[in-house]
Design a protein around this ligand. Structure first.
Ligand code: ZN
Ligand code: ZN
Ligand code: ZN
Length: 571
């Protein structure tokens, strides 16, 4: 799609602002810069210029780190300007294709800069516990950290238990050289509350895998380079842990199959869940069957009588609960299934007839049927005997007439009885009221949800165009009781492409990779692609390399599509 004139004008102006901000850098400036970048990203999304969008997102990633305390070195400044120039150039020469080499180059340069510099401002001093009986290792570590790291060393795990309990450590480094129960016990006990890093030096991958299963998320290799950058690594581990703590509430939700369905369908329909009284109380998204079928909505079956799922999401603030109205319930058993009865307002008889037209004499208020007024060729009021000469004197309206006392009335007397326990009759005021709620997605999380749920959307559309048959959330292994899922499987003739997105759970991810490897066997017709929304653990990268599985690190659907296309053109 061409860049519209308005778009070109807007982006050019915005890019100039960005360059001006970078001439006089400050934290306030970086924040303004981020706002500009956000606008460029939104506008590019709107006109679907994913090449501009993706490069701008890379710039924003770098600027984000400046906001959190990274120093703006000349190298980083050059890199940012290089990106801004590239955007300008794409617009000028009307280029619409994402230059993957450029994106890779930016990433490589930025990674190298980050590895080589020591310019991070460490605003926190870290208390670190090192558990090892290797004197050489502990000396090596003590000598390679600066004043921002305070290390206490202890030689065995039984002593470490008490020490950790009574001291607030920020990170624990475990030197695991052999498999034993006490190490396992220690890691199990603390890995959920304190970030634990283990040294990977035994070349025993099994041992590392095992500790990963116990909840260890960080592996430090013991080579010279890793020791040299240990300070940076430790601060990164701590920062990641703190970041994860905030994200952690979102993660289980995004990974639970039921909540996935619920949130996905709410996002798709953009409708709230509403409670409905249908002889019993249900929860549902109010859609017609055409919409339900075209989106393959499953949410209503899931939530129809299951309020606990919704309640838990409300409790965690993902859904916002809002009272809409009151429902009347049985004062005896609280059932909503009530029988409604109507009576004559005068004699309380339950039999009455509806008349579409009764006549009321304005002056005296007499109410009757048309024939009650007619005598001969004229109309007279039977009550006051006045002749009706003008039709304005009569009001016509619909009304009920009691079959017993023959009185007219419009609103019957209403009372209820319970269909469940037969309690009643009772009038409204003597019943109980129960609030009826509706549930909306908390706008605070909506963006994050959308990103996670629709990350494979563009890719799916593309594969369908190429005549692939798609299946979502397929069990990774049908033979054994596995709980791992392939997010998307695309099949055409002999070929199968598997897409999986890494979760936050290392053990799950490892299992997933093994399942892919088993599934693929020796077939060249199975092409697995792993997507990681952020930089994956080194351990996972190692396994990916070992199994030769293609990895895409991105949280942008356009970039994922581009990289997939490129990969598929090679296999
Ligand atoms: Zn009556
Ligand atoms: Zn009258
Ligand atoms: Zn009842």
């Amino acid at each position: 799609m061409q860049y519209s004139d308005d778009y070109v004008k807007f982006i050019t102006k915005s890019l100039n602002k960005c360059s001006t901000i970078l001439e006089n850098p400050s934290v306030e400036g970086y924040k303004k810069l981020n706002q500009e970048l956000d606008q460029i990203i939104s506008y590019s999304k709107l006109e679907d210029h994913s090449n501009i969008q993706i490069i701008t997102e890379k710039v924003k990633y770098i600027v984000d780190s400046l906001v959190t305390g990274h120093k703006l070195t000349n190298q980083i400044l050059d890199l940012l300007n290089k990106c801004l120039r590239k955007i300008k150039e794409d617009i000028t020469i009307q280029n619409h294709i994402l230059d993957l080499n450029f994106v890779e180059e930016i990433k490589t340069i930025y990674d190298t800069i980050k590895k080589n510099e020591k310019d991070f401002i460490y605003s926190k001093n870290l208390k670190v516990l090192l558990i090892t009986n290797d004197q050489f290792l502990s000396n090596l570590i003590l000598n390679s950290v600066d004043s921002s790291i305070e290390i206490q060393t202890i030689e065995n795990y039984s002593k470490a238990f008490d020490l950790v309990k009574n001291n607030g450590f920020d990170i624990i480094i475990c030197d695991v050289t052999e498999d034993n129960f006490i190490t396992e016990d220690f890691i199990l006990t603390y890995s959920k509350t304190i970030p634990i890093a283990i040294f990977y030096r035994s070349r025993d991958l099994q041992l590392v895998l095992k500790t990963a299963k116990l909840g260890v998320r960080n592996v430090i290799s013991s080579d010279e380079m890793a020791i040299k950058y240990l300070v940076k690594t430790l601060h990164t581990i701590y920062a990641e842990w703190e970041k994860q703590k905030k994200k952690i509430m979102l993660k289980p939700l995004l990974e639970d199959p039921n909540t996935k369905i619920l949130v996905r369908d709410m996002l798709l329909t953009e409708l709230p869940i509403v409670q409905k009284v249908r002889s019993h109380l249900t929860n549902e998204i109010n859609v017609n069957s055409a919409i339900r079928d075209s989106y393959d909505l499953k949410v209503n079956d899931l939530i129809v009588s299951n309020s606990s799922l919704i309640d838990s999401l409300v409790k965690e603030n993902f859904l916002i609960k809002e009272k809409v109205k009151n429902a009347l319930t049985c004062p005896n058993c609280h059932a909503v299934d009530l029988d409604i009865n109507y009576q004559c307002i005068s004699c309380h008889d339950e039999l009455f007839t509806k008349y579409d037209e009764v006549m009321v004499h304005q002056t005296c208020g007499f109410t009757g049927l048309r024939q009650d007024f007619i005598i001969g060729n004229n109309s007279y009021c039977p009550k006051c005997n006045k002749k009706i000469s003008n039709s304005n004197e009569i009001i016509k309206k619909a009304s009920y007439r009691c079959q017993k006392c023959l009185k007219f009335f419009e609103e019957p007397y209403i009372f209820y009885s319970c269909n469940f326990c037969n309690y009643g009759p009772f009038v409204h005021i003597n019943g109980r009221t129960q609030p009826i709620y509706k549930y909306n997605i908390n706008p605070k999380f909506e963006r994050e949800f959308k990103k996670n749920f629709f990350i494979l959307q563009k890719l799916s559309d593309y594969l369908i165009k190429l005549d692939y048959k798609l299946s979502f959330n397929e069990k990774a292994d049908t033979n054994i009781a596995t709980e791992t899922f392939f997010d998307l499987v695309a099949r055409k003739e002999e070929q199968t492409i598997i897409f999986v997105i890494f979760t936050s759970n290392l053990e799950y991810n490892i299992e997933l990779l093994y399942n892919i490897e088993t599934f693929r066997g020796h077939s060249t017709k199975v092409n697995p692609i792993v997507i990681s929304l952020n930089e994956p653990d080194q351990l996972l990268v190692n396994i990916l390399l070992k199994f030769n599985i293609f990895l895409i690190v991105s949280d942008n659907d356009g970039e994922i599509l581009s990289k997939t296309k490129e990969y598929l053109s090679r296999v």
